[in-house]
Design a protein. Sequence first.
Length: 178
Amino acid sequence: MEVYLRIIADTKETVIRELRVKGSTTLLNFQKLVLPLFNLSEGEMGSFYYSTPNWDQGNEVPMFAMEDGMTSMENTTIEDFFKGTAHGLYVYNFLDMNIFYVEKTKTEDEEGFENFVVLSAVGELPVAETSAHVSTTPTKDPSQMSEDEINALYGLDDLNPEKSEDEEEDDLLEDPYY
């Protein structure tokens, strides 16, 4: 069986991938095929969720089974996942929360030769930028930087100044757990 899917990224920009995949592909293998299409690298956790036509989140299909006989991405095929619904949610990297709406558009009983074919691609995911990002590229030669500038560059400017051994001993004596 061939399953045709439309994957829409939950972003301000329009980012869509339409593809055809063999129904016997597990969700875990499907994830490995799809991540490069959105310029995402492997190594983060992800989960599929059953969904309603209104994209209401249903039961989770986690990446790995925590108990024997538990449904997981390693033992659930595309065909099985989309038997009862034409809609699913896929969440990748729970810190960045990359959310994708996955919709089955049609199926065909006859299988082609390729396991996975991209039919169309629109847009690219924006590059994630966090406010906590600190550039480690110095604006001037580090040999010409003061100690305060170097500490600020590496986020060490908020550390306490060094204490003498006597001051450290006084702190330990005041510590009720020492």
